[in-house]
Each structure stands twice: as structure tokens, then as C-alpha cells.
Design a protein around this ligand. Sequence first.
Ligand code: NAD
Length: 292
Amino acid sequence: MTTIIDGKETSRQVLQNLHVEIEQLKQAGHTPGLAVVLVGEDPASRVYVNSKVRACEELGIYSQKWTLPTETTQDELVQLIHQLNADTRIHGILVQSPPPEHIDEQAVILNIDPRKDVDGFHPINVAKLVLEDPSGFVPCTPLGCMELLRVYGIPTQGKHAVVIGRSMIVGKPMANLLVAKNANATVTIAHSRTADLPGLCRTADILVAAVGRPGLVTADFIKPGAVVLDVGINRVEDATRPRGYRIVGDVDFASVQPVCSAITPVPGGVGPMTIAMLMSNTVKACKLACGV
Ligand code: NAD
């Protein structure tokens, strides 16, 4: 029987444990704080930012939400980042991606104090991940994938993991986490120019899809008994839904599910873990800053 990996329930447990930790920190006089910065009007980004702030409120994390107009200049945004770097109530800073086109996202990230970079995008934190230095911050989505593997007792040592996608947000950090000495997988990164993608994926004991193409991964990609983590979040038109669309992953769930041993659904798989890991990174940043 295939295990359906329940990210909703797992994230609930992560948040419950964090809640206890936050109460203890508060009793010791330390309240974790997160600043979320949104530039522009992108509706999806607005939804993400609001859910991050709501998660803070539910956990008792102090939060600041900064919504800046589309015409905000790069200098103005960097000025705000410097202000937040200096604000001792704030332990984590997140600039919601993607910013408007005139803003150089990488240049903005470089201005975030790496000790407050709870998204794990600053080059210092990228280096710490590669160096396996636990004081760094790891991007939340791949961190959430690793937590799902851990909670579900899915072994990684000696397994062949194929990660489809080489972004700095998901694919590359996911590959780094899987190959690290505490996971010990043998890792292949596949991408848009990979030859014979289905054939390569059929050699995977663990397959992670982080592409952004609905239904790319079909049953012929899957070695029987493999574990499949679907990171993709894609909107597809669906006239039967009130919103006119539904959310699907990169994996064709109906055809893949009978072949694999475990799979994350979309929605309700990897997605909910991302916010939980953001909260976890914020608590970690607070503890590092306060020396506890
Ligand atoms: P991206 O566009 O930065 O990267 C996509 C990667 O897929 C690229 O490296 C590209 O080489 C590869 N690719 C594209 N077409 C391919 C093909 N036909 N075959 C093989 N590889 C191909 O995207 P991203 O930011 O890494 O996000 C990937 C997906 O994950 C998106 O659907 C995104 O919405 C989703 N996502 C989900 C979460 C979450 O919380 N669950 C977080 C971040 C991203």
C-alpha cells in the first residue's frame, strides 16, 4: 500500500513543538521576531505574506509586515533592510519573491544580515549549507522535504536520489541536503537539458520533482517502490471550481501513486511544510542571536 505523506499533519506537529519552544524562550525574556517585506501588488505574493504573518500570530512570534508600493526603489528597499538588520526585535527578515522587475533580488539579498536570512538565500548561508555548517539557514522548502522524510522514517543512506530542478530555492539546496553526511544519499540533479529524463528517474529510490510543469512526472518515470516528493505548485484551469482553477503538482498523482511506496500529494504535501520551516528558522535565528 502506498503511504500518502501528510504534510498538513506533519506541519501541525512541527508548529505545536515550536509553540512550546517559543513559550520557553518568552519566559526567558526572548520573543522571536520576523519581518516580512512585500514590494508590489502580486496577488499570490500577498496571500503568501499574509499566511506567514498569520502563522507568526498563531505561534506568538512578533511580526512586522511591510507592504511597499510597486514603484519603491532598490535604494529604499535596501534602506528598509538595513533598518531591520539593526532592529533587535527582529531575528528573521524575508523579502517576498518575486519583487518587481526593476529590483535586483540578488543585490537585495546581499544586504540582509546573514544571521537574519531565514530564507537561506544569502551566499554565506549557501556556503554554510555546502560546508554542512549547522549554524547556517537552509531554504524552507527543501528543509521541509527533509523533515517529511525524517518523520516518515524514510531511509536516505545509500539510496539514489534524483532531484529534478536546479533552482537555488529548491533543487540545489535539496540536493545538498540529501548528499550531506547526515543523509548520505547518492544524488543526481536533473534539469531542462537532461537527456532521457524518464530513464534517469527510473533509477531513483527517492525522486524529488521541483520543476513547475503540471503532470511532468508520470508512471513511466518511477521505479516500483520509489518515494516521490512533489514540490511543484501549478495552477491549471478547472471550470468546475469556483475560482476557475485548481492547484496540482509536477507529478501525475493518479498514475504514479500505484507504482511508488510513498508520495506527497499537492496540495497538502510539501507546501504546508514550507511555512512551518520558516517559523522554525525564525526561532533558530532568535536562539542564535540570544545565545540560548
Ligand atoms: P524554477 O523555475 O526556478 O526552476 C525550475 C527548474 O526545473 C529549473 O532548474 C529547470 O532546469 C527545471 N526544468 C524546467 N523544465 C524542465 C523539464 N521539462 N524537465 C526537467 N527539468 C526541467 O522553479 P522553482 O522556484 O525551483 O520551483 C519549482 C516548482 O516548485 C514550482 O512549481 C514552484 O511553484 C514550486 N515551489 C513550491 C514551493 C512549496 O512551498 N511547495 C516552494 C518553492 C517552489
